[in-house]
Design a protein around this ligand. Structure first.
Ligand SMILES: C[S@@+](CC[C@H](N)C(=O)[O-])C[C@H]1O[C@@H](n2cnc3c(N)ncnc32)[C@H](O)[C@@H]1O
Length: 273
């Protein structure tokens, strides 16, 4: 197998193992059995990295939030095409077989090669390239109906340089007014803490993009419209029992409540957006 993973590509392994370990539990959060079925193949090809409990839970809650939002948008017929930028080794098509949306999966050539070997496309279009360049995938969407497109970026934007993210947001405002945008982001406090030197830290690229507030992204007259935002403490207690009492108390402080958040937003400019 020829795929060689660069540092950024290799970030796909942590959420993959989070899903695989979660699916092996008696009471999983996500229950992605396809990830569990893939575990032996992935382990044989790459060493299995350690995944702390809190990381496992965080990755699965992130997938769960995006799954919920996406299902709602598709069921209400607001979305026909889903573009997943930085698909990694995610198995959303298998997790949500009933999701009636055209799917486009974008990632590096090495990750797309692994997806082609390990994960049935199930009708998805796969594209190797830089997903933050809209030209990589724009033609696969229905240009006449930009508001029927959902763009999903999970675990992707935080690793990018702020100017790249700003350019990307400007491009989707220009080309896809009214589209839905599903993404996650750390606050600067959370990014600073995650970037502190710690054992194993060198194995992960640094968080570079960490906005104070998602509602202030973009120019003053051209902001993203935030539809819903979630932090980990917004999930049912049964799913977040791994967070210590101290973490819970800290996360009730207004500044820290959403120090890491998942966001469902709408790109300004479309009818009704
Ligand atoms: C942390 S992983 C998340 C993978 C997947 N979203 C998940 O939740 O399992 C980030 C992924 O984004 C990909 N990625 C990062 N920057 C990208 C870019 N500019 N274009 C396409 N893919 C990118 C990486 O190769 C990696 O597969």
């Amino acid at each position: 197998m020829s795929a060689v993973l660069e540092l950024l590509d290799s970030t796909a392994l942590i959420p993959f193992w989070a899903r695989a370990h979660d699916a092996a539990l008696e009471e999983p959060i996500l229950g992605d059995t396809t990830a569990l079925d893939m575990a032996a193949m992935v382990r044989q090809r790459f060493a299995e990295p350690p995944v702390p409990t809190i990381t496992r839970v965080g990755c699965c809650l992130r997938n769960l939030a995006m799954d919920w939002w996406l299902c709602q948008l598709v069921e209400r017929q607001q979305v026909e095409t889903t573009v997943v930028i930085g698909a990694g080794l995610d198995t959303r098509r298998q997790r949500l077989p009933e999701l009636n949306s055209r799917f486009v999966e974008v990632d590096s050539a090495a990750i797309i090669e692994l997806r082609d070997r390990w994960i049935p496309a199930a009708g998805a279009t796969r594209l190797a390239g830089d997903g933050l360049h809209v030209d990589t995938w724009l033609r696969t969407t229905n240009a006449a109906e930009p508001a029927s497109v959902a763009i999903v970026l999970e675990g992707v934007l935080a690793y990018q340089q702020p100017e790249r993210v700003a350019r990307f947001l400007g491009d989707i405002r220009e080309h896809l007014p009214g589209a839905y945008l599903l993404f996650d982001s750390p606050s600067p406090i959370s990014a600073r803490s995650a970037n502190r030197p710690q054992p194993g830290r060198e194995a992960r690229p640094a968080y570079n993009w960490a906005p104070w507030s998602t509602s202030r992204l973009g120019d003053r007259k051209d902001r993203l419209m935030i539809i819903e935002e979630k932090g980990f403490m917004d999930f049912p207690r049964a799913m977040t029992s791994c967070f210590s009492r101290r973490d819970r108390i800290i996360h009730t402080l207004p500044l820290l409540r959403r120090s890491y958040r998942m966001t469902l937003a709408r790109v300004p400019g479309g009818a009704g957006a």
